[in-house]
Design a protein around this ligand. Structure first.
Ligand SMILES: Nc1ncnc2c1ncn2[C@@H]1O[C@H](COP(=O)(O)OP(=O)(O)OP(=O)(O)O)[C@@H](O)[C@H]1O
Ligand SMILES: [Mg+2]
Length: 250
């Protein structure tokens, strides 16, 4: 059996209730995840699927340490994973050039001092990985297309060679043709770098193409978890069957 890189046991995640009425009890919490357990193996692509609001991003943010209010256990073999977000338009500082943005994770690296030459070499390497010409290092985010910006976001996440990458709906803000290109890039990077990827999507066709295991969620709970092929061939939960049917798959 492959090594585990992440093991989540009985995870419950809470948010503060945003709608606080004047005379109601303060600090009432909303529970967004209920008793979620899942493991991830080294080098695999684990998909998290389910309809909007089911808790996919909540789970991702708990794993990377953004959602801190939880009970249960999140065990990780490596440092926290890097994350790529849905919207490449809002996740890049518009005032900085692409070269500066890619360099930033190295400048703030607490584990290692990078010389100027090392930083430049790493940036050039990553530009190859994300398949962008070096001339784009001098541009601002607004001078790039959505797909190019998402490539930059992926590049920033990869700068310090993380062992695990979490991509939260990395293509849903992009045009369909660009979506396919970014998915292909992610597949290539997965093969080339051997990293483990948590891939969040509500597109069950893409999930089938991309993932080794799939976690299906509904209302903050795990509905089904297994090898993607097995789940698609022989779904156990009625909810999974309905999702596959709605996607035109079964
Ligand atoms: N910061 C927050 N404060 C309060 N509730 C939140 C917060 N973020 C998310 N929620 C709630 O937690 C639940 C899960 O949200 P989450 O964003 O994880 O869903 P999702 O599966 O990622 O949905 P989508 O596919 O639309 O991105 C939802 O009911 C949502 O309204
Ligand atoms: Mg989400």
């Amino acid at each position: 059996m492959a090594d585990e890189v992440i093991r989540i046991s009985n995870l419950n995640v809470f948010y503060k209730n945003r709608k606080r009425k004047l005379f109601s009890k303060a600090d009432k919490k909303i529970q967004a995840l209920h008793d979620v357990s899942v493991t991830m193996e080294e080098g695999e692509v684990l998909a998290i699927a389910g309809e909007s609001g089911c808790g996919k991003s909540t789970l991702a943010r708990a794993i990377v340490g953004i959602n801190k209010d939880y009970t249960g256990e999140i065990w990780q073999k490596y440092d926290r994973p890097q994350m790529v977000f849905q919207d490449p338009y809002n996740s890049l500082n518009p005032a900085k050039k692409i070269g500066w943005l890619l360099e930033e994770p190295l400048r703030v690296d607490k584990e290692r001092q990078w010389t100027k030459e090392e930083r430049r070499a790493r940036i050039e390497e990553i530009m190859k990985d994300i398949e962008l010409p070096l001339s784009m290092l001098e541009r601002y985010p607004s001078q790039l297309s959505g797909g190019q910006r998402q490539r930059v976001c992926i590049g920033i996440a990869l700068m310090r060679s993380p062992k695990v990458l979490i991509a939260d709906e990395p293509v849903s803000a992009l045009d369909v043709t660009i979506q396919a290109q970014i998915m292909e890039l992610m597949t290539n990077l997965h093969k080339k770098l051997g990293i483990s990827i948590i891939f969040i999507s509500h597109d069950l066709r893409v999930v089938y193409q991309m993932s080794d295991h799939v976690l299906i969620m509904k209302n903050g709970r795990v509905v089904e978890y297994g090898k993607t092929r097995d789940v698609y061939r022989n779904p156990q939960a009625d909810y999974t069957k309905a999702l596959l049917k709605a996607a035109g798959i079964t």
